[in-house]
Design a protein around this ligand. Structure first.
Ligand SMILES: Nc1ncnc2c1ncn2[C@@H]1O[C@H](COP(=O)(O)OP(=O)(O)O)[C@@H](O)[C@H]1O
Ligand SMILES: [Mg+2]
Length: 351
């Protein structure tokens, strides 16, 4: 498989996946690569710093704040509907077919309504960018899905939907199909019409018949995207915080990723508390003005010890994987300078 290399950042919610994805792409740009990050749910200020917004479905070149990067940093925010529209236009058998689908009311609501659409469109965007000769590396953030694995399973999900008998029946207006549809689905459609209104049924039937001839293209592309996610070209980066619940969730994810044939190559432990050298005989400060500070240091030492235990659990489960630890920075990571600071802890992860 040719094209750019791919890194998919996965992990529990809120641990810093979006931050790590952007920092990794920035680090790659600094090491001379042309890197593109696909962000999914960046905080408003990070989106501003990267110059991405939901309206532009195309990667945007981020200029370095000072000096130059030997490589390039591109960023795009996933626009699930825009990506779906492009896919429809690509596989429509004629421009008028594309037009009719894109104008269909049911289709306009589909991106939000179909479960897994956002995940599938993220994979679709990833696949498109991976083939784009402008990039050496594509880093993708994953949606804050309850099951982060939805992402890996998204192409299969689409193929399953296309394989669904009812769906196929509706999509294939052969003579037999139409007969069955007339006989079997009539009652069902009448019921739906009663509940949802006749217009919805008309839109639905129109929608499925409009898709005629496109499913083979969709299916082939979903298969290729599926293959890309499991190929040697793609590696998964686990982002995790050194807390018990996050590590529990991450270890569960690791098992499922392995089971699904994904290759996990690196782990970023994000937001570690600062460490300080221990103070000899802390009791002697107990009644002095320094007492509260020393007690605070002691508490931090306990947090650090518990974090080390959690990191050891991850390391034990992933003996052959590279680790990077990123400390908790004093401020939110929402500009290029703080992203660069996070990146400086990532080492050569992108290599
Ligand atoms: N190392 C860090 N130090 C300080 N703040 C961080 C760090 N990493 C992430 N953050 C902040 O934590 C919040 C959540 O990070 P984000 O990357 O959006 O997580 P996720 O994508 O996993 O939900 C953001 O406000 C981000 O700026
Ligand atoms: Mg995120």
């Amino acid at each position: 498989m040719s094209g750019a290399r791919v890194v998919v950042c996965v992990g529990p919610g809120g641990v810093g996946k979006t931050t790590a994805a952007a920092a990794l792409a920035l680090q790659a740009a600094r090491s001379g690569l042309k890197a593109c990050v696909v962000t999914i749910d960046p905080a408003r200020r990070l989106a501003d710093a990267l110059g991405v917004d939901t309206l532009g479905n195309e990667p945007h070149l981020v200029s370095p704040p000072t000096g130059d990067w030997p490589g390039q940093l591109w960023a795009v925010m996933l626009d699930a509907q825009g990506t779906f529209d492009q896919l429809v236009s690509r596989y429509a058998t004629s421009p008028s077919q594309a037009d009719a689908i894109l104008r269909n009311r049911l289709y306009r609501n589909l991106a939000g309504a179909l479960s897994g659409t956002q995940e599938y469109m993220a994979v679709e965007k990833l696949y498109e960018l991976q083939q784009d000769p402008r990039f050496d590396l594509v880093v993708v953030d994953t949606p804050p899905a309850q099951h982060a694995l939805d992402f890996l399973e998204a192409p299969a999900h689409l193929v399953r939907m296309l394989d669904n008998r009812v769906f196929r029946l509706l999509m294939t207006p052969t003579r037999a199909g139409v007969r069955v549809l007339e006989m079997g689905a009539h009652l069902m459609l009448r019921t739906i019409a009663k509940v949802a209104g006749g217009q919805v049924v008309a839109d639905t039937l129109e929608f499925f018949s409009q898709f005629d001839g496109m499913e083979a293209g969709f299916r082939a592309r979903a298969d290729r995207a599926n293959e890309l996610l499991r190929s040697g070209q793609t590696s998964f980066l686990l982002v995790c915080s050194p807390r018990v619940d996050a590590v529990d969730e991450a270890l569960h994810l690791v098992v499922r990723l392995k089971g699904a044939g994904a290759s996990l190559n690196a782990v970023v432990i994000n937001r570690s508390y600062p460490r300080f050298a221990p103070i000899a005989d802390p009791a002697r400060f107990a009644s002095s003005a320094l007492g509260p500070l020393v007690a605070n240091l002691d508490e931090l030492a306990q947090v650090a010890a518990s974090e080390d235990e959690q990191v050891a659990r991850v390391a034990g489960a992933l003996p052959d994987v590279r680790f990077a630890r990123v400390p908790l920075l004093a401020r939110e990571v929402c500009d290029i300078a703080s992203l660069a600071e996070v990146a400086s802890y990532l080492g050569e992860q992108a290599e």
